[in-house]
Design a protein around this ligand. Structure first.
Ligand code: UDP
Length: 488
């Protein structure tokens, strides 16, 4: 297990963005939190320190929690390829997708259990009775029992899910249930994601949130955006004295490096091009390949200055996602089959993962410079890649799946694609957004206010405080344990 360092950030910074009544409510909650959590630590455990929405959110929330004077720590579990192949399978089936189609039986339980037992040996002695432990996603579920026995309040938070159960989701839940059923509470991003055996009095619905001040979301001037994209060789721009500096999460200043190879198989986007952007992990469920096919097949319907950029992390840098390299390869294969004139307008980029702050700054610049941001996921737990461009007042076109439906109100704060596989409808909506600037601008404005209303950190943190208050009042976590034994 490895600990992730987080520097405290004062909550005043977030409060400064809020209306006075909302800021005052947050301040009351902070006082309550300090009282309830006095002498306790809140532990977060997940599978990766970088790459993906969970890591993104933990960075911001933990920094504010520390800033509020509450003790919190973040540990990333250690696993091996066999373990991550199983947990990726679980991830896929809980979304109702077969993934690699491999089994989730007794043998997989043994591998899963062994890895988590090793992690528990490091973690359990550090956790004190009365502490609160938030275990994120299937990778960490198997730590529930041992930490509950330790006297901690163990919360299992699931960031993925599917609105309607299928045979596959049942397979995933059958695997996980023995590990988590003793959790003191369960958090899902949507009510519909919770399997029906989760008791309602232990079920909490807490959608994710975005932090406006991180390198990913902070305001940038157009000149700085252009400078960053030019220096990273993602898009040629006309230099306009923009700065290459960005602020790292530890407060220090970073500088965009002169990358030359982020674009896979092709040159930077040309000066003057507008572009449609999808930023995602290289995960089949994000359907990067579908976006490529949908846009490439309709290039003649789109204005001639429009390009497509699919941007994801450098696949060597996301250790808990064994599928990444394969999906990128599939996209490269599709790209290679396009006619030369289409290849000039369709681009794939792998963003560096050796410097997460620079990665975030580049994503920020791309989202800000994009004409339209799409997220054509086949299923989606929540989709911070939708929230982020919405906050930047961009027109977003995304599939009407999972948490995206809670974010976008169709026609007000973006456009929803009812059937993610319908490439004609996808292209038609893209054309609308790219040809009607006023419509695109209105949707962008609506998007920003929707995020301000519903998806900033104060809403998230206050929900956590309500949950922690309930847990602490209910007494030590051990009381949740029954005599049933966890698998295997
Ligand atoms: N992301 C990133 N760099 C990349 C690709 C993705 O920083 O190259 C970020 C993206 O900006 C977002 C997160 O990873 O903050 C993805 O979160 P989301 O909830 O959209 O999906 P998840 O990956 O958790 O399924």
């Amino acid at each position: 297990m490895r600990e992730v360092d987080i520097d405290a950030v004062p909550l005043d910074r977030l409060a400064g963005l809020l209306e006075p009544a909302r800021a005052a409510r947050l301040a009351r909650y902070v006082d309550r939190a300090r009282e309830i959590l006095e002498g306790r630590t809140i532990w977060n455990v997940n599978a990766t320190a970088q790459g993906g929405g969970v890591a993104e959110m933990l960075q911001a929330l933990l920094a504010y929690t520390r800033g509020a004077g509450v003790s919190t720590r973040w540990l990333v579990l250690a696993g091996d390829p066999a373990f991550f192949a199983i947990t990726k399978r679980l991830h896929n089936v809980l979304h109702g997708m077969a993934g690699d189609g491999g089994p989730l039986g007794l043998q997989e339980q043994v591998v899963y259990h062994e890895v988590l037992e090793r992690n528990a040996a490091t973690l359990a002695p550090m956790v004190r009775p009365g502490d609160i432990v938030l275990l994120h996603d299937p990778q960490t579920a198997g730590l529930t029992r041992v930490l509950t026995e330790r006297g901690a309040h163990v919360v299992w938070r699931c960031h993925i899910g599917r609105d309607t159960p299928t045979e596959l989701t049942e397979v995933g839940w059958a695997f996980l249930r023995p590990h988590i059923e003793h959790a003191a509470a369960f958090i899902f991003s949507r009510r519909a994601y919770a399997p029906d055996w989760v008791p309602t009095d232990r079920l909490w619905v807490i959608p994710p949130s975005l932090d406006p001040f991180t390198a990913k979301n902070v305001d940038l001037t157009p000149a700085d955006v252009d400078a960053a994209l030019h220096e990273a060789a993602l898009k040629n721009t006309t230099p306009d004295h923009g700065s290459l500096a960005f602020t790292r999460r530890d407060g220090s200043t970073g500088t965009v490096r002169g990358h030359r190879r982020l674009m896979v198989d092709g040159p930077p986007m040309p000066r003057g091009a507008r572009f449609v952007l999808q930023v995602s992990r290289w995960d089949r469920l994000k359907d990067m390949a579908g976006v490529l096919t949908g846009v490439a097949g309709h290039l003649s319907d789109l204005p001639r200055d429009v390009h497509l950029l699919l941007a994801g992390p450098d696949v060597a840098g996301v250790s808990d996602d064994p599928e990444g390299a394969e999906v990128l390869q599939e996209c490269r294969g599709l790209w290679a089959t396009l006619p030369a004139r289409a290849r000039r307008r369709v681009h794939l980029a792998c963003l560096p993962m050796d410097d997460v702050d620079e990665n975030a700054h580049l994503v920020n610049a791309l989202q800000r410079r994009a004409a339209v941001v799409v997220q054509k996921s086949l299923v989606e737990g929540f989709g911070l890649t939708v929230t982020e461009p919405m906050w930047k007042a961009k027109p977003v076109l995304a599939s009407a799946v999972g948490g995206i439906q809670d974010q976008i109100v169709h026609g007000e704060s973006g456009l929803l694609l009812q059937d993610p596989q319908d490439l004609d409808a996808f292209a038609t909506m893209l054309v609308d957004l790219l040809t009607d600037e006023e419509y695109a601008r209105l949707l962008g404005t609506g998007a920003r206010s929707r995020v301000r209303d519903l998806f900033l950190g104060d809403r998230h943190l206050t929900q956590y405080v309500d949950l922690f208050e309930r847990l602490v009042a209910a007494g030590p976590g051990q009381e949740q344990l029954t005599t049933g034994s966890a698998a295997p």
